[in-house]
Design a protein around this ligand. Sequence first.
Ligand SMILES: [Zn+2]
Length: 255
Amino acid sequence: MKNKNFVIEKKPQDGICNICLNQFDVLSEDHVPPESTGNHGKLEYRYYFNTAGKTQFHEFTDGIRYKTVCHECNGSLSNFDRCIATFYKQSWQVDLNNCDEHSFSIKPNGIIRGVLGHFLSSKSTHNRSVFDDFCIDAWNDITKPLPQTFNFYVKYYPHNDIRVVRDLVLIGRTPAFTSVMKIKPWAFIVTDQEIYDEHVTRWNDYFAYPWHQKKNVSISVSHACPQDEPEGNVEIMKILGLLATESVIGKKLET
Ligand SMILES: [Zn+2]
């Protein structure tokens, strides 16, 4: 089934903002990932896990959008979206394949808070998982360092799928609660266990930075993230956490 101007809404449509939990007559629309990263134009998406009733493709006319947060919270998100936009703009200006590491003049803490905020809006309910509790900590007081309960990895992601996968428990040596947001050329992987070695860039050192502080940040691009990693690793068992079935994959359509 294809809908024109499809947008993912609250179920039930209770008007409660996913971020501040206040009730409103109308909620506002938010692109997840942010529009400035390339999440715009015609694309189709499907739910990542083929659970009953969630297998069909929908068509978005202007990126993957959610109508789940209030106008004010959406406005606060846009401050951090500017940090993310700068990061993407700089990334598009360099050939990421030409060396193993690249440096960007960006606001890493603002990018982290922006990504976590978008995880909060990218679901049809304001019910919160353990991961959402971590995300909301980044929002309740934006001057406070983020708690070191999760790891925030940034990996080179040269693939076309846009993925927002959340609340997965990957049963490796230690079970790891994992959520990912991927849009070319970056994958943001948030997990409560250290699932990668030092070759993968981890941004936890920036958890205590002021969100508006600019920094020269080096990112290793020597190991590109496979399209399906870590969420699709068939070697390890997965448990779907509270809102895992809301995970989505978007694909750009030819115009
Ligand atoms: Zn709100």
